[in-house]
Write a protein that binds this ligand. Structure first.
Ligand SMILES: NC(=O)c1ccc[n+]([C@@H]2O[C@H](COP(=O)([O-])OP(=O)(O)OC[C@H]3O[C@@H](n4cnc5c(N)ncnc54)[C@H](OP(=O)(O)O)[C@@H]3O)[C@@H](O)[C@H]2O)c1
Length: 209
């Protein structure tokens, strides 16, 4: 059982929190307005302020907009030290050229890549708990990190959601994931009516690992 602090009460907080609660993990939700937790589609083990939610957590999920990460991380650096931090935030137009990953900016804010894992960037919230969302195939969660131990923790948590993992290597590769998200939105709008039940999958990997 892992204690996971999810920061934010939006679509991704709901999806990941519901999945990990179902898998038997303790999910603590942190919000600017903790009463918003009452509107979540699952019952967290705790809901409170950001600081309260972080207390006692092993893993932290940054389920807030990319610009908000720039405020959140410096304000809570003391509590983030030693945790596995899953950065799911998408920079979009904040980093239009994808020369560096959004997660690399998060690493700058943390002062280290230790513990930091970029993940779920290109997984629409609606596909997290619907293993048949993408043509009957469980979504593939791409992860990039420099810290192999932290990566292994996230691999386990992805499997607990009954989703597949694709190890995309080091953290700087997350810049490609950032770009894929922008194209994913374009494709979903063009070909699926913006239902957000689609997703990327790298194929041909069966029996090759
Ligand atoms: N939606 C998706 O399918 C999807 C997929 C992959 C990745 N992502 C990424 O995941 C992150 C969350 O996305 P989402 O769709 O869940 O967003 P959302 O539904 O808009 O929720 C974002 C949450 O962030 C919190 N927040 C907003 N501004 C903040 C600020 N300035 N400081 C602190 N907290 C703030 C809010 O929580 P409180 O007001 O309760 O504090 C809000 O509930 C984003 O970075 C997004 O790019 C989303």
């Amino acid at each position: 059982m892992t204690t996971i602090a999810i920061i934010g009460t939006g679509l991704m907080s709901n999806a990941l929190g519901a999945g990990w609660t179902r898998a038997g993990h303790q999910v603590r939700v942190g919000a600017r307005s903790p009463e918003k937790a009452a509107g979540l589609g699952f019952t967290p083990s705790f809901a409170g302020t950001h600081r309260e939610a972080l207390a006692g957590s092993d893993v932290v999920v940054l389920a807030i907009p990319f610009p908000a990460v720039a405020d959140f991380v410096p304000e809570h650096r003391d509590q983030l030290d030693g945790r596995v931090i899953i950065d799911i935030s998408n920079p979009f137009d904040n980093l239009p050229n994808n020369e560096r990953a959004g997660a690399e900016y998060t690493a700058d804010l943390l002062g280290t890549t230790t513990g930091l894992v970029a993940a779920f960037k290109d997984n629409f919230a609606a596909t997290i708990n619907d293993s048949a969302a993408a043509d009957g195939v469980a979504a593939q969660v791409k992860i990039a990190a420099d810290d192999e131990e932290a990566k292994a923790v996230v691999v386990g948590l992805v499997h607990d959601l009954n989703l597949r993992v694709l190890d995309c290597g080091e953290l700087h590769n997350a810049r490609f994931l950032d770009g894929m998200v922008s194209l994913m939105l374009i494709l979903d709008r063009a070909h699926a009516g913006f239902t957000m039940h689609t997703g990327w999958a790298f194929t041909g990997l069966e029996n090759k690992r």
